[in-house]
Design a protein around this ligand. Structure first.
Ligand code: SAH
Length: 407
């Protein structure tokens, strides 16, 4: 067994069971990509078993902190089974969920989403890459499913020195009775009472933003209760919040929803999703545009909205990007708050790991100050429970949101 020896005093975070060992903490030792190493303190105390990653700043990711543990197929099967069992206990109003959420499920670098009868996996670290065949088998066995598609085309693969990899890891499912390679990637999931189409081969991440499930539901509830007339959904992707709003506004006379995204593919999916749920075409407008420019234009035009969703992409992947990202968040929040009618509601989010809950709160507060708009903070929102946070891994709290009502 190969060993990774830490520098003196560098064992503190691993003693707190944080799974990441940074290159700067390592005194000596190495292994092949993904190979299991025994992590030791400078004094030779065994701290963890970890997967080695030769090129990443995160030089090793801990599988276990138990000296007696053996990182083998049985170990990986237990972790997969535990994650699947946990999902059966969580409150998930959907036939689709995040089945494995990396570090939070004790499988660093592995993301697996279940969409109905299909699994979509991202192997984002050397450790899970090395054990891919075992993990694939475990995933299929513990879910009793047959189809698993790989979407290991995230940027983080590059940091691990791994090439992109996409495609079926099982036999492609039959489409209309005929098995065809590359087919069967367009699926429809059931979330709450809505049907939402996605493409697991071409969509973002694994195809859909499952983490916003509960916030979409909250938005539908606000829409129904407050009877919004004019709604603006910024960064709409495949129209999840648009469908939620339309659903909440079924009994409202002539509501109008404007949805903005800069991706034509996303807008195509959003249009299809609105139609799939049977909503009238004249109740919504889709804009292929930049959100920032659109918000400025609406202000110049003197437009206003009763509800606005701001769900931008990750402006700050890590804390190092936080300052620039903070300005970008503040800017869109300032513009959105100005566009709200009194009593209007803003659902604002940040999915940046580098922006803490506190910092996000401060950014929105200072956006309000600059806009000259005061508001009630009605709720704090986060990722749905199948994207769990754990005590040992604070980085897991990546998605945060606020519901602000303009005074
Ligand atoms: N709210 C969505 C997820 C949003 S993901 C949901 O519930 O599913 C972020 C989206 O922002 C992506 O679809 C991306 O295409 C879009 N986007 C990124 N930068 C943008 C910009 N400057 N203007 C408009 N859309 C943008």
């Amino acid at each position: 067994m190969k060993t990774l020896r830490l520098r003196a005093g560098k064992e503190k975070s691993i003693l707190r069971r944080h799974p990441w060992i940074f290159d700067s903490a390592v005194a000596k030792g190495g292994a092949d990509p993904g190979e299991t190493v025994r992590v030791e303190s400078a004094e030779g105390r065994v701290l963890a078993w970890a997967a080695f990653s030769p090129t990443s700043k995160i030089r090793a990711r801990a599988w276990s902190f138990e000296e007696a543990e053996c990182i083998d197929a049985a170990f990986l099967n237990r972790r997969v089974a535990a994650a699947v069992l946990a999902r059966s206990r969580f409150d998930i109003a959907s036939d689709s969920c995040r089945l494995i959420h990396g570090e939070a499920d004790g499988l660093p670098g592995l993301v697996v989403d279940r969409y109905g009868q299909t699994l979509v996996a991202q192997f984002l670290s050397c450790g899970v890459e090395r054990f891919k065949p075992i993990l694939v088998e475990a995933l299929l066995a513990h879910t009793d499913l047959k189809a698993i598609f790989e979407r290991s085309d995230a940027h983080s693969r590059e940091l691990e020195g791994l090439p992109e990899a996409t495609g079926w890891l099982s036999e492609a499912p039959e489409v209309n009775g005929a098995p065809e390679a590359g087919q069967g990637t367009q699926l429809v999931l059931q979330e709450h009472q809505w049907q939402l189409g996605l493409d697991i081969a071409r969509g973002h991440k694994t195809g859909f933003y499952l983490d916003q499930r509960d916030s979409r539901w909250r938005f539908a509830q606000y829409a129904q209760r407050l009877q919004f007339k004019r709604v603006l959904n910024c960064f709409c992707y495949s129209g999840g919040f648009t469908v939620a709003a339309l659903s909440g506004l079924r009994a409202t006379a002539a509501p109008h929803i404007t949805s903005i995204d800069s991706s034509a593919l996303a807008l195509e999916a959003a249009r299809a999703n609105v139609a799939l749920n049977g909503f009238e075409a004249d109740a919504h407008t889709f804009l292929d545009a930049d959100v920032n420019a659109s918000l400025r234009l609406f202000l110049e035009q003197g437009q206003s909205f009763d509800a606005i969703v701001l769900d931008p992409p990750k402006f700050a992947p890590t804390a190092a990007h936080a300052e620039r990202a903070a300005r970008a968040y503040k800017d869109i929040n300032r513009l959105a708050l100005k566009l709200l009618t009194p009593g209007g509601v803003l659902f604002t989010f940040s999915c940046s790991g580098g922006i803490s809950v506190d910092l996000f709160h401060k950014i929105v507060a200072s956006a309000g100050l600059d806009a000259g708009v005061d508001g009630f903070i009605l709720e704090r929102l986060g990722a749905a429970p199948d994207h769990p946070m754990t005590i040992e891994f604070p980085e897991g709290e990546y998605l945060k949101g606020l519901v602000v009502m303009r005074r």
